[in-house]
Design a protein around this ligand. Structure first.
Ligand SMILES: Cc1cc2nc3c(=O)[nH]c(=O)nc-3n(C[C@H](O)[C@H](O)[C@H](O)COP(=O)(O)O)c2cc1C
Length: 396
């Protein structure tokens, strides 16, 4: 099983929910990138459960960097991070060893690993492993920001209304204007519950608490933006920007859909509405070499001119390649599968019809915790694509 994402800059993730430690290895990072333990701690804190809207399994995530960093900077060799699991309660899972939790990976893991898998707490498929991805984000996100690339995510819509209530509670969408967008991304940075509109924040948290009271769960839609990526990044076919991002986004447990730009809401419209018209702006960007044509015959975008689009329905990507507008995408995060309501299932150890009432500690929603994981995943995919274009040293 290959557990690695990325070509030039890659990430390997390992561990099980109730094993001694989980962790990751980041390879291909240039030497000299600053590594701040504080920033890794912040990324882990943003993913950690908190308050009454999350599971009571709280891990302190006292991580250790065991290779690849010397005197606060990357050495250029594989960077490994270990994060201990300390707050495990494996007995919760013994009674239900062969009962497939509907929506979870117990049965599929059994089919793949023939019963040799570690089933405790969801084993290798547990959301716990996303801590390792978040930790990697604690290195990549600040490194990209140094280059003017900002990544942010908020809960655009929370689902799961009770009967008679609206299906979704909506947050305001990210701004079209890039400066305003960057301010919004900044404002989200230290929010444990990443929502732009305070009124939506309160309503959403209330709904999650209702779901917990009902022993049920809710999901929703995350909206993400990557600003500052120059035009010309990505490959035209199999490593298109959309392919690379979706590949890693779909690796995040509970992610069941990804949309770029306004794909699903705009396809019903005509080309004249969907197309993003171009405009020429005067700007400078010190970070990105080699924009435009290389010779007069091939055309030459004048110095200090940046071509933008007036709208961004395509989410900053055309033909798999960035067009210089913010990359915009949405991620559907399903309701947490483990719920306290009794559901029908099968005991896959005996083949008998059965029922399951999940009694372990689980989140009534994972969407707010998934935000930093999505940011980290986007940072990895974008760093890898940039490294393909400019070389790995570019990130230093
Ligand atoms: C941060 C995070 C925390 C999660 N916590 C839980 C949890 O407490 N209980 C649970 O059943 N699923 C949890 N999940 C989701 C499951 O791991 C996921 O639904 C399961 O592995 C099946 O994979 P799939 O939903 O992608 O098909 C979590 C996911 C994330 C991203």
């Amino acid at each position: 099983m290959k557990n690695t994402f990325g070509n030039s800059i890659s990430l390997t993730i390992f561990g099980e929910s109730h094993g001694p430690e989980i962790g990751c290895v980041l390879s291909g990072l240039a030497p000299g990138i600053p590594v701040s333990e504080e920033k890794i701690r912040t990324a882990l804190w943003l993913r950690r459960p908190s308050g009454t809207i999350s599971t009571s399994r709280v891990e302190q995530d006292e991580f250790r960097i065991i290779s690849g960093v010397y005197q606060g900077r990357t050495t250029g060799t594989p960077l490994s991070i270990l994060i201990p699991n300390t707050n495990t309660r494996s007995a919760d899972y013994e009674k239900t060893r062969f009962l497939a939790r509907p929506g979870h990976a117990d049965y599929t893991a059994y089919c793949k690993y023939h019963g040799f898998e570690d089933p405790r707490g969801g084993g290798h498929q547990s959301g716990r492993l996303t801590a390792a991805l978040a930790a990697a984000g604690g290195i990549l996100l600040p490194a990209l920001e140094e280059k003017g690339i900002r990544i942010g995510t908020h809960i655009r819509a929370l689902g799961g209304g009770r009967e008679g209530e609206t299906e979704f509670i909506e947050d305001q969408a990210f701004s079209q204007d890039e400066e305003a967008l960057n301010r919004e991304i900044e404002s989200l940075k230290m929010k444990l519950f990443p929502v732009l509109d305070a009124a939506a924040d309160e309503k959403m948290q209330h709904r999650i608490q209702q779901a917990r009271a009902d022993r049920d769960s809710v999901g929703g839609i995350l909206e993400s933006a990557v600003s500052g990526v120059p035009a010309g990044i990505g490959e035209p076919w199999f490593d298109s920007v959309e392919s690379a991002l979706s590949h890693i986004l779909f690796s995040i447990p509970a992610v069941k859909g990804v949309e770029f730009g306004e794909a699903f809401s705009m396809v019903g419209r005509r080309g004249s509405a969907y197309n993003d018209e171009y405009t020429a702006c005067r700007e400078t960007s010190a970070h990105f070499p080699g924009k435009g044509g290389k010779s007069p015959e091939k055309g030459q975008i004048p110095q200090n001119t940046v071509i933008r689009t007036r709208t961004n329905h395509n989410g900053g990507v055309n033909g798999g390649i960035t067009n210089g507008m913010p990359i915009l995408f949405r991620t559907a995060v399903k309701p947490t599968p483990s719920i306290g309501i009794t559901q029908k299932t099968v005991n896959f150890g005996t083949g008998e019809e059965s029922e399951i009432t999940v009694s372990g500690r689980h989140d009534p929603a994972v969407i707010h915790r998934a935000r930093i994981v999505v940011d980290a995943a986007a940072a990895l995919a974008v760093s890898d694509l940039l490294a393909l274009r400019y070389g790995t040293d570019w990130l230093a």
